[in-house]
Design a protein around this ligand. Structure first.
Ligand code: C2O
Ligand code: CU
Length: 561
């Protein structure tokens, strides 16, 4: 008996070692004064007073407890973007999907369970538009070694700065149906840089040594625009994306969508001097957009004329859809012996989802500020504009509470039309409802996202919680079954956010082996607020380790909020 217990104890210890370390962080969400662009009286919501917020450092397989205390003026939630949270949706964070908001003056101890993620991810608020200033990096180091070499690593967080409170911006826009305010600046690690007249010396600046290689972990935390990025005269080599490795991809610019991360190597191999690093928006739409750029400097140490104006990179123009697509389609997962790709090839569930920007008619005796000043902006998936319930879907599902959501999100668009052609004769209204997509445990799922030409068509960064997925195909126009034979099922990128091309399609695959309630939405914040969202409920398997773990003892309360 003693020996048996001893053995069990040793096994448990070994198991714990294999599972990684347990780490603790404290997050305090609060209003903080931040000086930006000569405005000195602004406070914005931050974590621990920092913009961007604190960096979480972990190793592959660690478990992180984050005690989130909210002392801000309204309820918020925090999401760990790209962390799969295997069997544990309880800490995932999207408001009224997996939890109710953490009320002012209370805390929620969140458990972030890392498993196969390795590279760069991030965390952000998942309530209204608070993520504009409430976000930060999650750096996940390998246990042994990297599949590439570098000398130093640095984190670059792209942000979008608004001239007033972002919760007020979206609350007003949703009430009137009009366009939300545009951001006034893009920032690199909270600094707008010298393309803004009132930048006041706040510019990202990295001093480099000739001959050294730098790993930049780039996180796109911006709200509403994709970005091109480049460094004057220097090549970029993309080696990772969304917490997984990719085959080294050498390029002189990249395109990154909100929600995505990219790990990029840059070798300082040019003449000593100062070189601009520039993020410039990719604007493939007629919708209003912030067309500013943000700049930092990649600056060599040593003796040369430091007062010379830095050289600028040649980036694709704002509207250059083909350069955006040409970069994206080159991405491949590493698919090495240590990091193999396991692309599902026996698809048991095939789903097609149209992705649309819509207009709803203005209700009687109301003034609306949407298109034509007599409608309301809206957006949908399969013509269903998602309406979030007032209690969490996860809790309703787990406790069998009826009347919160319908299990009837369809596997096909409600009607077939020329999605990317002339749609002007078709109605632009969507059906407003809370529909979830039910998926059986271990199904091999393919989802074909189909862009449509309604409203202001554009690229949509589609993001799935609880999973990364393989992007097996992508193209312009309407999807056709004949494309299936051209899918990449060998080394497609394994990511959590994919840019669905404007008036195009993309196909993703994943094995539904993570039971739970998982949000899926466009990561352009205005589209998500307008209803370009749905929820996947992945069922449980027969075995004990195929079921959701029990909820924590304390969840933020859903009543009275
Ligand atoms: Cu960055 Cu719903 O996520
Ligand atoms: Cu979108």
């Amino acid at each position: 008996m003693g020996t048996f217990l001893g053995l069990a104890f040793t096994l448990t210890l070994l198991f714990c070692v294999a599972q990684g370390k347990v780490l603790y962080y404290d997050f305090v969400v609060k209003e903080t004064p931040i000086d930006m662009l000569c405005e000195t009286n602004r406070t914005v919501l931050t974590v621990n007073g920092l913009f961007p917020g604190p960096e979480i450092h972990a190793h592959k397989g660690d478990t992180i407890y984050v005690n989130v205390t909210n002392i801000g003026p309204y309820g918020v939630t925090i999401h760990w973007h790209g962390v799969r949270q295997i069997r544990y949706p309880w800490s995932d964070g999207p408001e009224n999907i997996t939890q109710c908001p953490i009320p002012t003056n209370s805390s929620f101890l969140q458990k972030v369970i890392l498993t196969e993620e390795e590279g760069t991810l991030w965390w952000h608020a998942h309530s209204d538009w608070t993520r504009a200033t409430v976000h930060g990096p999650i750096i996940i180091l390998p246990i042994t070694n990297y599949p590439y070499k570098f000398d130093e690593q640095h984190t670059i967080v792209i942000g979008e700065w608004y001239a007033r409170d972002t919760k007020a911006i979206i609350d007003e826009a949703l009430a009137t149906g009009g366009d939300p305010d545009l951001s006034v600046a893009y920032t690199i690690n909270g600094q707008p840089g010298d393309s803004y007249p009132c930048y006041n010396g706040l510019m990202y600046n990295i001093e480099v040594v000739r001959g050294k290689t730098y790993l930049f972990r780039i996180i796109h935390s911006g709200m509403n625009e994709e970005m091109f990025f480049g460094i004057a005269k220097h090549n970029l080599t993309v080696v990772g994306m969304d917490g997984a490795y990719v085959k080294p991809l050498k390029t002189n610019y990249l395109m990154i969508t909100p929600g995505q991360t990219m790990d990029v190597l840059v070798t300082a191999n040019q003449a000593p001097g100062r070189y601009y690093m520039v993020f410039s928006p990719f604007v493939d739409t007629n919708a209003p957009s912030n067309k500013n750029v943000t700049r930092g400097v990649f600056q060599y140490n040593g003796n040369y004329n430091h007062s010379e104006t830095p050289v600028s990179p040649e980036l694709p123009g704002f509207t250059n859809k083909s350069d955006a697509g040409n970069f994206t389609i080159q991405l491949r997962s590493l698919n090495s012996k240590e990091h193999p790709s396991t692309v599902p090839t026996k698809i048991t569930r095939n789903i097609t989802i149209t992705v649309s920007v819509n207009q709803q008619p203005c209700p009687a005796n109301k003034t609306c500020l949407g298109p034509g000043d007599d409608s309301m902006h809206s957006a949908s998936l399969n013509n269903i504009s998602f309406s979030a319930p007032s209690i969490s879907i996860l809790q309703a599902y787990y406790n069998n509470i009826n009347g919160v959501f319908n299990k009837t999100f369809p596997d096909k668009p409600p009607f077939v039309f020329d999605y990317t052609g002339n749609v002007s004769a078709l109605g632009e209204a969507a059906f407003v409802s809370t529909e979830v997509l039910m998926i059986k445990y271990n199904e091999e799922v393919e989802i074909r996202f189909q862009g449509t030409n309604f409203g202001a068509a554009e690229n949509h960064p589609m993001h799935l919680h609880g999973y990364s997925f393989y992007v097996v195909g992508m193209g312009d126009g309407n999807f056709s079954d004949s494309y299936v034979s051209q899918y990449n099922t060998v080394d497609p990128p394994y990511i959590n956010t994919v840019g669905l091309p404007k008036n195009g399609w993309t196909a993703i695959r994943f094995k539904a082996n993570n039971p739970g309630v998982w949000f899926m939405h466009c990561h352009l914040e205005r589209h998500s607020s307008w209803g370009m969202d749905t929820v996947l409920i992945v069922g449980e398997g027969p075995n004990k380790d195929q079921k959701m773990l029990p909820p924590p003892h304390h969840m933020p309360p859903c009543s009275g909020s």
